[in-house]
Design a protein around this ligand. Structure first.
Ligand code: IMP
Ligand code: MG
Length: 174
């Protein structure tokens, strides 16, 4: 497929919003430690920018799950491709996601992690396609609500490409 990418959210806007989210988290987790569970690969860019701006103590771990192949259509369940290194029991866990689309990934992930008895379990997502949610799931913190379009950049890929774009753009077929 031939396509081009049109900017939807600029790098400047993203970074400003991440700073706001970090400030909000600093206030809400004051006196606590946040354990970031970063979902590979897409959330890494967002997680780094967020973590750098937090002043409460932060630890982090990584997990890889998949609900999609290399295309644009959702499957229905998740597969754990890389497990966490550490136990999350009694930790203030914040799942860091790049995008909440149908919600299937996070719905299943939340059930999986809740069973490990964290002290708290919340979700932050950079992007939220609210109108698309099928699973009964909602992020606790959202960077941007976006329309139901396929986007890339700032960690998000199309067939593994464009994760390194510093902005978020829409994939437009030519
Ligand atoms: P969900 O389970 O439908 O919420 O899908 C979540 C996952 O699908 C994300 O973590 C992304 O990897 C992928 N995804 C959903 N929408 C997009 C998009 O617009 N661009 C790139 N990846 C997407
Ligand atoms: Mg993906």
């Amino acid at each position: 497929m031939d396509y081009h990418i049109e900017e939807l959210i600029s790098e400047e806007k993203i970074e400003k919003r991440i700073a706001e989210l970090a400030k909000q988290l600093d206030e809400e987790y004051a006196g606590k430690e946040i354990h970031l569970v970063v979902i590979l690969k897409g959330s890494v860019f967002f997680a780094c920018e967020l973590a750098k701006r937090l002043t409460v103590p932060v630890t982090l771990d990584f997990m890889a799950v998949s609900s999609y192949g290399d295309g644009m259509v959702s499957a229905g369940e998740i597969t754990v491709k890389k497990e966490l290194d550490e136990d999350i029991a009694d930790k203030e866990v914040l799942i860091v996601e790049d995008i909440l689309d149908s919600g299937v990934t996070l719905y299943n992930l939340k059930i999986l992690l809740a069973a490990r008895n964290p002290k708290s379990l919340k979700i932050i997502t950079l992007l939220d396609k609210k109108e698309n949610h099928e699973a009964g799931i909602k992020a606790d913190y959202v960077g941007f609500d976006i329309p139901n379009k396929f986007v890339v950049g700032y960690g998000l890929d199309y067939a593994q490409k464009h994760r390194n774009l510093p902005y978020v753009g829409v994939v437009i077929p030519d």
